[in-house]
Design a protein around this ligand. Sequence first.
Ligand code: HEC
Length: 123
Amino acid sequence: MSKKAVFVITTFAIVMTLGKGFSFAVTAEENYKWYCSQCHGLTGKGDGVNVTKDMAVSPRNHIDPKEMSKLSDADITNAITEGGPANSKSPLMPPFGKTMTAQEIKDMVVYIRKLCNCVFKKE
Ligand code: HEC
């Protein structure tokens, strides 16, 4: 094999290995911007672009510590996985249990806790 061919193959292998590490890891923040921000807003204030005054219930303001400290980790996990009705809340909050993995939902709960900068209700 020529030196050039070895160089090309080695470079290809390195690029593929690095690329894999970069492209498949999705953070909770990225998931939030992708799946949640149209309702909950890019910063979590509940002011997403799809929210209109005709929505019977406004999306939760995730940065309001008073609102968010009423919820436990399990409440938040439930709402994200099963949707609003699982917590006797509005079906306008859609379920994401088939869109995100259990680990991604776990990371999302941690991310939301960071947004409100508050302690959640104990189970
Ligand atoms: C189509 C609009 C919409 C999208 C998209 C959406 N939500 Fe919601 N969400 C709502 C509404 C409306 C409520 C308020 C429900 C209520 O209070 O009855 C809500 C409430 C919540 C609550 C509080 C639930 C509770 O029990 O009080 C959490 C937590 C939440 N959303 C997280 C998320 C996360 C995380 C995402 C993205 C993965 C997301 N939402 C995407 C509309 C949406």
